[in-house]
Design a protein around this ligand. Structure first.
Ligand SMILES: [Zn+2]
Length: 293
């Protein structure tokens, strides 16, 4: 039975066609449930971050399959071994699909000369199942931390630093695009959108105006969102205003007059936060301005 512990061998027990059917079914379920946009956004963020992991070069469908299996890094047995990790005993593989292609030579008529010529085409004739294992099911050498930083930092990135706020980019669990951690004075971002950075910077600077309450409070959210919206306008990040309004309404009232009232109530804070941000932008860099952490 020693060999049976090799997880690859389990594949033979289940018919290949059934497995492919199951995989496609799962993907379809994701489309139907509406989970897809969020999952796609998440995978996009990962892919943009660089090609440190093999799955960054996978097709979108395979990356979604990976998320369905509750992991953000899956690799083949040899790929794990190559980075000094082993698959734990008794662990099951899951399968991704690789297209099986054949080369076919076709005769086509050249539109310019009208003569026949041969053209080589890759035709997908089926799928190959590739067993992969979740990072969580492996053990061994720690993996190097990949960098998720955007290719270019967003405008005002330096202002966060001047306020002593640490900004980190990293994958999220899909529940939000970012957050400001009060106690650590730290912004965590799951997207490269400048607007989300502005929103969290709004929270961070609002906290210097008056101590914020933990969690999501309507007034705090409205301040951060309007600050973000104003900064988007000022720094040429177009296309966020309608989203801002929807967000404000979701924290106040769907009735525009009521929502507007909620905005008016916090405009003083919005103004103060913007003032502090712009003053800090103009201020000389102060490397020694430490953060509370
Ligand atoms: Zn917020």
């Amino acid at each position: 039975m020693a060999r049976a512990s090799c997880p690859c061998l389990r594949m033979a027990k289940v018919k290949k066609s059934e497995r492919i059917k199951e995989i496609l079914h799962r993907l379809l379920g994701m489309f139907e449930s509406g989970d897809l946009p969020q999952a796609v956004a998440r995978t996009m963020i990962r892919a943009k971050a660089g090609a440190e992991r093999p799955c960054d070069r996978w097709s979108l469908g395979n990356r979604l399959l990976m998320l369905i299996h509750g992991t953000e890094d899956a690799r083949g047995l040899k790929q794990w071994n190559a980075v000094g990790r082993r698959v734990k005993k008794g662990v099951k593989a899951f399968y991704i699909l690789a297209p099986r292609t054949v080369k076919k030579v076709e005769k086509v008529v050249d539109p310019r000369t009208g003569e026949d010529r041969e053209e080589e085409k890759q035709i997908v004739v089926g799928f190959r199942l590739i067993p992969v294992f979740r990072y969580e099911d492996t053990e061994g050498k720690p993996l190097p931390e990949p960098s998720y930083d955007p290719p270019e930092p967003p405008p005002l990135f330096d202002v966060a630093r001047k306020f002593g706020v640490k900004v980190e980019y990293g994958p999220g669990d899909g529940s939000c695009y970012g957050y400001f951690h009060l106690r650590d004075n730290r912004i965590k971002l799951h997207t490269h959108d400048a607007k989300t950075f502005f929103h969290e910077l709004g929270h961070a600077v609002h906290h210097t105006v008056r101590p914020l309450k933990g969690g999501q409070h309507a007034d705090q959210e409205i301040v951060a969102e309007i600050v973000a919206c104003a900064l988007c306008e000022m720094y040429g990040q177009r296309g966020f205003v309608s989203h801002c309004w929807e967000y404000v309404k979701s924290y106040s009232s769907q009735e525009p007059q009521q929502a507007l009232k909620a905005v008016m109530r916090v405009l003083g804070d919005v103004e103060e936060v913007l003032k502090r941000i712009l003053e800090m932008e103009a201020a000389e860099p102060q490397g020694e301005r430490g953060c509370a952490a």
